[in-house]
Design a protein around this ligand. Structure first.
Ligand code: AMP
Ligand code: ZN
Length: 113
């Protein structure tokens, strides 16, 4: 999609720090980390909201999460990790391309407020 930052990372039009890539996703380091480990899992297909997913893209997202779980040790997530998907303004979504925040590297409180 034109003018989408994350699509430009996927197409390599813009450079970023890619930690992992396969045919379905890239995983990059977040530029403004909120935890000692803060990465973004970015599916290659562009859509903004979970409710815009096709059955195919829903399957791909499941596959990406399954792959992420298998990579947990090499990504430094073996002590635990938190996955967050911000959806819409109230949740603070700023990039309109669905992505999964991967947070780890410290004990986390549970305070979504
Ligand atoms: P969200 O607010 O849930 O849409 O998440 C967007 C995330 O993208 C934020 O955590 C930003 O820090 C991150 N971000 C924005 N620009 C970049 C960039 N150029 N490289 C890496 N991460 C970015
Ligand atoms: Zn996009």
């Amino acid at each position: 999609m034109e003018d989408c930052l994350f699509c430009k990372f996927v197409s390599k039009e813009f450079e970023t720090n890619i930690v992992y890539e396969d045919k379905d996703m890239i995983i990059i380091n977040d530029i403004n980390p909120k935890a000692p480990v803060h990465m973004l899992l970015i599916p290659k297909v562009h859509y903004k909201y979970l409710h815009e997913q096709s059955e195919k893209s829903a399957e791909l997202l499941g596959k990406c999460l399954h792959k992420l779980a298998s990579l947990r040790c090499e990504l430094g997530l073996d002590e635990g990790y938190r996955l967050v998907i911000n959806q819409g303004d109230d949740a603070g979504q700023t990039v309109p391309h669905l992505h999964v925040h991967i947070l780890a590297g410290k004990k986390m409180d549970w305070n979504p407020a």
